[in-house]
Every structure is written in structure tokens, then in C-alpha cells.
Design a protein around this ligand. Structure first.
Ligand code: ZN
Ligand code: FE
Length: 259
């Protein structure tokens, strides 16, 4: 299996997975980069997985479906380009001989889903997570349609996946996320190392993704809201953040205001 992040739009990645013959893509906000990659890799598009309804994740779906005949899968509870197979948390999708488990991860949007696969074979057989705009490296999505408690619950679910899970999120936001993460947790040495690593990658024009769940658990403040340092930072920003939900809500608000 080959996993390829296709840069699209401003700072999106459309993830492509293929076995040398058949391919799937996740969140095609633009058809063009996908069509080019299909030709370049010499593979046929069989499936399109969508995580949520935002146009930067769906705008390429209709054209790709038309040209390739690929089957489209997406969240049950959101407005989507039709026709598609609607999925709920707990459902399973079979594509390229792999089984993807659907997880409900509301917060960024009300019906946001993620796809997890732990049946990947081959040299790098670590599990895969396509999580859209829920979990980013060093950050998380904005709360457009959900509450902090919902997003915290969604991230807690993702955080419980195996450490070697490859986190395939949809935006290259890592560097600005890490700047904020260091503001919240300046003494986290793994965070300092990771920032240096990501700077090197970006300087070479390479993606910082996929990250891993194990890495994110060490450096992502939004997965670490029970850490004493982070709780203390949150309280410095807003004295009323008491329990874990409060600390998480405070971090999200602080990040919104931080540039
Ligand atoms: Zn979005
Ligand atoms: Fe997005």
C-alpha cells in the first residue's frame, strides 16, 4: 500500500492510498490534483471517503465520481454531494481489501466522522487514521458546530488509538499549531524537538504529515488538557477554567485569538 498526501487548495492535503492498481482518496476538495495523481501512479479510483461537509473537503467529489465511477462514502448527518453511501459511527467500509472503521467525532462540524484502519499489510503496516479537521498535528479543528465537551470527547477517542497510528489530517497547520503549543507548554522538550523537525521538513517543501497518535499525545496541547502545566497555563489565560472541559474550552478560545 502506498500513502500519498496530495497538496490541494491553499493548505489542504487530499490523502491517496493505493495498492498499485486501485486507489481511494479522502476529502477531495479539488478534483485536479487527484486526476493528475491517478494518471501519474497508473491507478484507478475506486472509493472516495469524506469526513465532513465543508467545501474544501467535498468540492472535487462530483467530478471525480463522474469521471471515475468511484463509490462515495460520507457522514450520515451532513449535507453532502449525492449520491453517496451514508455512514454512522460503528459502520465499516471495505475498500482495496481493507476494512475502515467509522468513528463519530463531532465538534468541528456536528456530523464529522473519521476512518480508522488497522488491517494494513506490507512493510509499514501501522494503522491509518483519516480524521479530517478534527485532530491536526499540534492542534485541533475550530468548533464551528460543536461544543468544547463534544470535541474533547472526540479527541479523547482518537487519542486512545494505538501509538503507531498514522494521523492523516487534512491541513498543513502544523507550524502555526506548534507555535501556540509552545506558548502553552514552553518546557515540553519533545515539543521543542518536534518543532525543529517540522521546520526542517517544511524548509525542504515536505509535508509534516502523517503524524502519529503517540507523537500527538506527547506534544498536542488539545490531547493534554489534564497535564498540570497546561492546566496552569489555561488558568493564567482565563481564571475560570476549572475542570478538564473548562481547560479544553479555554485552550480552544485562546488559540482562536492567537496568531
Ligand atoms: Zn472543515
Ligand atoms: Fe478543512
Amino acid at each position: 500500500m502506498k500513502l500519498i498526501p496530495l497538496p490541494a487548495l491553499n493548505d489542504n492535503y487530499i490523502w491517496m492510498l493505493h495498492d498499485g492498481q486501485n486507489a481511494l482518496v479522502v476529502d477531495p476538495g479539488d478534483a485536479q490534483p487527484v486526476l493528475e495523481a491517478l494518471q501519474h501512479e497508473g491507478v484507478q479510483l475506486k472509493g472516495i471517503l469524506v469526513t465532513h461537509h465543508h467545501p474544501d473537503h467535498t468540492a472535487g467529489v462530483n467530478l471525480l465520481r463522474q469521471i471515475t465511477g468511484a463509490q462515495v462514502f460520507g457522514p450520515a448527518r451532513e449535507t453532502m454531494p449525492e449520491p453517496l453511501q451514508r455512514l454512522h459511527g460503528g459502520d465499516k467500509v471495505d475498500l482495496l481489501g481493507l476494512e475502515f472503521q467509522v468513528m463519530d467525532v463531532p465538534g468541528h462540524t456536528a456530523g464529522h466522522i473519521a476512518y480508522f484502519c488497522d488491517s494494513v499489510a506490507g512493510a509499514d503496516a501501522s494503522p491509518l487514521l483519516f480524521c479530517g479537521d478534527t485532530l491536526f498535528s499540534g492542534g485541533c479543528g475550530r468548533l464551528f458546530e460543536g461544543t468544547p465537551a463534544q470535541m474533547l470527547a472526540s479527541l479523547t477517542q482518537l487519542s486512545a488509538l494505538p501509538d503507531n497510528t498514522q494521523v492523516c489530517c487534512t491541513h498543513e497547520y502544523t507550524q502555526s499549531n506548534l507555535k501556540f503549543a509552545l506558548e502553552v507548554e514552553p518546557d515540553n522538550l519533545q515539543l521543542v524537538d518536534y518543532q525543529r523537525h517540522c521546520q526542517t521538513l517544511r524548509a525542504q517543501g515536505l509535508p509534516t504529515l502523517p503524524s502519529t497518535i503517540g507523537q500527538e499525545r506527547q506534544i498536542n496541547p488539545f490531547l493534554r488538557s489534564t497535564q498540570p502545566t497546561i492546566m496552569a497555563s489555561a488558568r493564567r489565560f482565563n481564571a475560570t477554567s476549572v475542570d478538564q472541559n473548562g481547560v479544553f474550552a479555554c485552550l480552544r478560545l485562546w488559540k482562536n485569538q492567537y496568531t
